[in-house]
Design a protein. Structure first.
Length: 276
Protein backbone atom coordinates (compact mmCIF):
# COMPACT_ATOMS: atom_id res chain seq x y z
CA UNK A 1 0.00 0.00 0.00
CA UNK A 2 1.32 3.40 -1.00
CA UNK A 3 1.83 5.99 1.72
CA UNK A 4 -1.01 8.54 1.78
CA UNK A 5 1.06 11.70 1.70
CA UNK A 6 -0.15 15.29 1.61
CA UNK A 7 1.32 15.58 -1.89
CA UNK A 8 -0.71 12.59 -3.09
CA UNK A 9 -3.90 14.01 -1.58
CA UNK A 10 -3.15 17.35 -3.21
CA UNK A 11 -2.65 15.71 -6.59
CA UNK A 12 -6.01 13.94 -6.32
CA UNK A 13 -7.68 17.24 -5.39
CA UNK A 14 -6.23 18.91 -8.48
CA UNK A 15 -7.44 16.05 -10.66
CA UNK A 16 -10.99 15.89 -9.30
CA UNK A 17 -11.78 19.18 -7.51
CA UNK A 18 -13.02 17.07 -4.61
CA UNK A 19 -12.65 18.09 -0.95
CA UNK A 20 -9.56 17.37 1.12
CA UNK A 21 -11.15 14.79 3.41
CA UNK A 22 -12.94 13.10 0.51
CA UNK A 23 -9.64 12.74 -1.32
CA UNK A 24 -7.88 11.35 1.73
CA UNK A 25 -10.66 8.82 2.30
CA UNK A 26 -10.67 7.77 -1.35
CA UNK A 27 -6.92 7.14 -1.29
CA UNK A 28 -7.14 5.24 1.99
CA UNK A 29 -10.00 3.06 0.71
CA UNK A 30 -8.03 2.25 -2.45
CA UNK A 31 -4.58 1.64 -1.02
CA UNK A 32 -3.09 4.84 -2.38
CA UNK A 33 -3.97 3.95 -5.99
CA UNK A 34 -4.60 7.31 -7.68
CA UNK A 35 -6.66 6.03 -10.61
CA UNK A 36 -8.81 3.83 -8.36
CA UNK A 37 -9.35 6.79 -6.04
CA UNK A 38 -10.60 8.90 -8.96
CA UNK A 39 -13.13 6.20 -9.89
CA UNK A 40 -14.17 5.89 -6.22
CA UNK A 41 -14.93 9.62 -6.03
CA UNK A 42 -16.77 9.64 -9.34
CA UNK A 43 -18.98 6.72 -8.29
CA UNK A 44 -19.84 8.65 -5.13
CA UNK A 45 -20.75 11.64 -7.27
CA UNK A 46 -18.07 13.73 -5.55
CA UNK A 47 -15.85 14.17 -8.59
CA UNK A 48 -17.40 15.18 -11.88
CA UNK A 49 -14.39 14.55 -14.07
CA UNK A 50 -10.90 13.17 -13.94
CA UNK A 51 -8.13 15.34 -15.30
CA UNK A 52 -5.10 13.71 -16.78
CA UNK A 53 -2.52 12.90 -14.15
CA UNK A 54 1.19 12.81 -14.55
CA UNK A 55 4.24 14.98 -14.54
CA UNK A 56 4.51 17.43 -17.41
CA UNK A 57 7.37 19.26 -19.06
CA UNK A 58 6.34 22.87 -18.70
CA UNK A 59 8.20 24.71 -21.43
CA UNK A 60 8.52 24.48 -25.17
CA UNK A 61 6.40 24.94 -28.27
CA UNK A 62 4.43 22.98 -30.83
CA UNK A 63 5.58 23.62 -34.40
CA UNK A 64 4.07 22.45 -37.67
CA UNK A 65 4.71 22.15 -41.38
CA UNK A 66 2.18 21.57 -44.16
CA UNK A 67 3.49 20.39 -47.51
CA UNK A 68 2.58 22.90 -50.27
CA UNK A 69 0.10 20.48 -51.87
CA UNK A 70 -1.82 20.25 -48.58
CA UNK A 71 -1.62 16.47 -48.62
CA UNK A 72 0.77 16.00 -45.70
CA UNK A 73 1.23 17.76 -42.39
CA UNK A 74 3.46 17.33 -39.36
CA UNK A 75 3.39 18.39 -35.70
CA UNK A 76 6.50 18.35 -33.51
CA UNK A 77 7.05 19.30 -29.89
CA UNK A 78 10.32 21.04 -29.10
CA UNK A 79 11.15 21.52 -25.43
CA UNK A 80 13.36 24.02 -23.65
CA UNK A 81 14.02 24.98 -20.03
CA UNK A 82 12.24 28.32 -19.65
CA UNK A 83 9.24 30.19 -20.97
CA UNK A 84 11.59 33.05 -21.82
CA UNK A 85 13.30 30.92 -24.48
CA UNK A 86 10.00 29.39 -25.63
CA UNK A 87 8.84 32.91 -26.54
CA UNK A 88 12.14 33.81 -28.21
CA UNK A 89 11.88 34.48 -31.97
CA UNK A 90 15.15 32.68 -32.67
CA UNK A 91 13.90 29.57 -30.91
CA UNK A 92 10.58 29.79 -32.77
CA UNK A 93 12.36 29.97 -36.12
CA UNK A 94 14.45 26.95 -35.14
CA UNK A 95 11.33 24.95 -34.26
CA UNK A 96 9.66 25.83 -37.57
CA UNK A 97 12.81 24.78 -39.42
CA UNK A 98 12.85 21.48 -37.52
CA UNK A 99 9.25 20.80 -38.58
CA UNK A 100 9.98 21.61 -42.22
CA UNK A 101 13.16 19.54 -42.26
CA UNK A 102 11.40 16.54 -40.69
CA UNK A 103 9.11 16.49 -43.73
CA UNK A 104 11.57 17.41 -46.49
CA UNK A 105 14.77 15.81 -45.18
CA UNK A 106 13.93 13.25 -42.50
CA UNK A 107 17.52 11.94 -42.53
CA UNK A 108 19.02 15.35 -41.74
CA UNK A 109 21.47 15.72 -38.85
CA UNK A 110 19.15 17.09 -36.18
CA UNK A 111 21.80 16.72 -33.50
CA UNK A 112 23.93 19.31 -35.23
CA UNK A 113 20.91 21.63 -35.52
CA UNK A 114 20.04 21.10 -31.87
CA UNK A 115 23.57 21.70 -30.62
CA UNK A 116 23.85 24.90 -32.62
CA UNK A 117 20.58 26.19 -31.14
CA UNK A 118 21.68 25.32 -27.60
CA UNK A 119 24.73 27.50 -28.16
CA UNK A 120 22.54 30.39 -29.33
CA UNK A 121 19.94 30.36 -26.54
CA UNK A 122 22.02 28.96 -23.68
CA UNK A 123 19.52 26.27 -22.66
CA UNK A 124 19.10 22.55 -23.13
CA UNK A 125 16.76 21.81 -26.05
CA UNK A 126 15.09 18.51 -26.89
CA UNK A 127 13.24 17.60 -30.07
CA UNK A 128 10.35 15.56 -28.74
CA UNK A 129 7.41 13.67 -30.19
CA UNK A 130 6.40 14.14 -33.79
CA UNK A 131 3.59 12.78 -35.95
CA UNK A 132 2.35 13.22 -39.49
CA UNK A 133 -0.98 12.98 -41.27
CA UNK A 134 -1.00 12.20 -44.98
CA UNK A 135 -4.14 12.32 -47.11
CA UNK A 136 -5.25 9.14 -48.81
CA UNK A 137 -7.44 9.95 -51.80
CA UNK A 138 -9.12 13.37 -52.00
CA UNK A 139 -8.88 15.80 -49.11
CA UNK A 140 -6.68 18.27 -47.30
CA UNK A 141 -4.62 18.50 -44.12
CA UNK A 142 -4.67 21.80 -42.22
CA UNK A 143 -2.92 23.00 -39.07
CA UNK A 144 -3.62 25.44 -36.28
CA UNK A 145 -1.16 26.61 -33.66
CA UNK A 146 -2.81 28.40 -30.75
CA UNK A 147 -1.42 31.68 -29.41
CA UNK A 148 1.78 30.98 -27.50
CA UNK A 149 2.34 27.75 -29.45
CA UNK A 150 1.46 25.56 -26.47
CA UNK A 151 -1.28 23.74 -28.42
CA UNK A 152 -1.08 22.56 -32.02
CA UNK A 153 -3.58 20.71 -34.19
CA UNK A 154 -3.57 18.81 -37.48
CA UNK A 155 -6.80 17.67 -39.10
CA UNK A 156 -7.48 15.63 -42.22
CA UNK A 157 -10.82 16.24 -43.91
CA UNK A 158 -11.75 14.00 -46.82
CA UNK A 159 -13.88 14.41 -49.92
CA UNK A 160 -15.03 12.11 -52.71
CA UNK A 161 -14.30 14.52 -55.57
CA UNK A 162 -10.85 15.86 -56.46
CA UNK A 163 -12.19 19.34 -57.32
CA UNK A 164 -13.60 19.81 -53.82
CA UNK A 165 -10.19 20.63 -52.33
CA UNK A 166 -10.03 23.81 -54.45
CA UNK A 167 -13.36 25.12 -53.15
CA UNK A 168 -12.98 28.04 -50.73
CA UNK A 169 -15.80 26.74 -48.51
CA UNK A 170 -13.94 23.45 -48.12
CA UNK A 171 -10.69 25.21 -47.20
CA UNK A 172 -12.52 27.30 -44.58
CA UNK A 173 -14.18 24.15 -43.24
CA UNK A 174 -10.88 22.34 -42.73
CA UNK A 175 -9.43 25.36 -40.92
CA UNK A 176 -12.53 25.66 -38.73
CA UNK A 177 -12.19 21.99 -37.78
CA UNK A 178 -8.66 22.63 -36.50
CA UNK A 179 -9.96 25.53 -34.39
CA UNK A 180 -12.69 23.25 -33.01
CA UNK A 181 -10.16 20.61 -31.98
CA UNK A 182 -7.89 23.15 -30.31
CA UNK A 183 -10.76 24.70 -28.33
CA UNK A 184 -12.88 21.66 -27.46
CA UNK A 185 -10.14 19.02 -27.11
CA UNK A 186 -12.03 15.93 -28.37
CA UNK A 187 -10.59 12.46 -27.86
CA UNK A 188 -12.03 10.80 -30.98
CA UNK A 189 -13.63 11.73 -34.28
CA UNK A 190 -16.78 9.67 -33.67
CA UNK A 191 -18.36 7.27 -31.18
CA UNK A 192 -17.08 4.28 -33.11
CA UNK A 193 -13.51 5.28 -32.25
CA UNK A 194 -14.05 5.47 -28.49
CA UNK A 195 -12.41 2.65 -26.54
CA UNK A 196 -15.17 0.17 -25.52
CA UNK A 197 -13.47 -0.27 -22.14
CA UNK A 198 -13.82 3.48 -21.50
CA UNK A 199 -17.50 3.38 -22.51
CA UNK A 200 -18.14 0.46 -20.15
CA UNK A 201 -16.36 2.27 -17.33
CA UNK A 202 -18.43 5.44 -17.82
CA UNK A 203 -21.65 3.41 -17.82
CA UNK A 204 -20.59 1.65 -14.62
CA UNK A 205 -19.84 4.96 -12.88
CA UNK A 206 -23.12 6.51 -14.01
CA UNK A 207 -25.13 3.46 -12.89
CA UNK A 208 -23.40 3.40 -9.50
CA UNK A 209 -24.39 7.01 -8.82
CA UNK A 210 -28.10 6.15 -9.16
CA UNK A 211 -28.17 2.54 -8.00
CA UNK A 212 -30.94 3.23 -5.48
CA UNK A 213 -33.42 4.20 -8.21
CA UNK A 214 -35.62 1.73 -10.15
CA UNK A 215 -33.75 -0.21 -12.84
CA UNK A 216 -35.78 1.32 -15.68
CA UNK A 217 -35.04 4.83 -14.42
CA UNK A 218 -31.35 4.04 -14.05
CA UNK A 219 -31.23 2.83 -17.64
CA UNK A 220 -32.65 6.12 -18.93
CA UNK A 221 -30.37 8.19 -16.69
CA UNK A 222 -27.29 6.28 -17.88
CA UNK A 223 -28.40 6.75 -21.48
CA UNK A 224 -28.65 10.50 -20.95
CA UNK A 225 -25.28 10.71 -19.22
CA UNK A 226 -23.61 8.71 -22.00
CA UNK A 227 -25.07 11.09 -24.58
CA UNK A 228 -23.42 14.00 -22.75
CA UNK A 229 -20.23 11.97 -22.48
CA UNK A 230 -20.11 11.44 -26.26
CA UNK A 231 -20.90 15.10 -26.90
CA UNK A 232 -17.88 16.00 -24.81
CA UNK A 233 -15.27 13.73 -26.34
CA UNK A 234 -16.44 12.96 -29.91
CA UNK A 235 -15.55 15.66 -32.42
CA UNK A 236 -18.57 15.22 -34.70
CA UNK A 237 -21.00 15.28 -31.75
CA UNK A 238 -19.63 18.49 -30.23
CA UNK A 239 -21.35 21.84 -30.63
CA UNK A 240 -19.66 23.75 -33.44
CA UNK A 241 -17.54 26.53 -31.91
CA UNK A 242 -18.69 29.13 -34.45
CA UNK A 243 -22.38 28.24 -34.18
CA UNK A 244 -23.51 26.45 -31.04
CA UNK A 245 -26.88 25.62 -32.58
CA UNK A 246 -25.18 23.11 -34.88
CA UNK A 247 -23.05 20.08 -34.13
CA UNK A 248 -19.82 19.61 -36.05
CA UNK A 249 -21.50 16.76 -37.93
CA UNK A 250 -24.34 19.04 -38.99
CA UNK A 251 -21.97 21.80 -40.08
CA UNK A 252 -19.94 19.27 -42.07
CA UNK A 253 -23.09 18.08 -43.83
CA UNK A 254 -24.20 21.65 -44.60
CA UNK A 255 -20.88 22.54 -46.24
CA UNK A 256 -20.93 19.24 -48.14
CA UNK A 257 -24.40 20.07 -49.47
CA UNK A 258 -23.24 23.52 -50.55
CA UNK A 259 -20.25 22.08 -52.40
CA UNK A 260 -22.06 19.03 -53.71
CA UNK A 261 -19.84 16.42 -52.14
CA UNK A 262 -19.82 14.00 -49.20
CA UNK A 263 -17.27 15.21 -46.67
CA UNK A 264 -15.76 13.40 -43.69
CA UNK A 265 -13.34 14.15 -40.88
CA UNK A 266 -10.90 11.27 -41.09
CA UNK A 267 -8.25 11.88 -38.44
CA UNK A 268 -6.74 14.54 -36.24
CA UNK A 269 -3.79 15.19 -33.95
CA UNK A 270 -3.74 17.54 -30.98
CA UNK A 271 -0.45 18.21 -29.21
CA UNK A 272 -0.13 20.21 -26.01
CA UNK A 273 3.26 21.04 -24.57
CA UNK A 274 4.21 18.70 -21.76
CA UNK A 275 1.50 16.08 -22.15
CA UNK A 276 3.41 13.70 -24.42
Amino acid sequence: MAEITAALVGQLRRMTNAGLMDCKKALTENGGDLDAAVDFLRKKGIATAAKKAGRTANEGVIAHYIRPDGKLGLLVEVNCETDFVAKNDTFGEFCNQVAKTLVEEPDADFEAMRTSQITKVGENIQIGRKETLEVEGSGLVAAYIHTGAKVGVLAEVGATKDDTVHHESFKYLVKDITLQIAAANPSAVSREQVDPALVAKEKEIAAEQFKDKPAQAVEKIVEGKMEKFYQGICLVDQGFVKNGELTVKEHLAAVGKEIGDELSIRRFLRFQVGEG
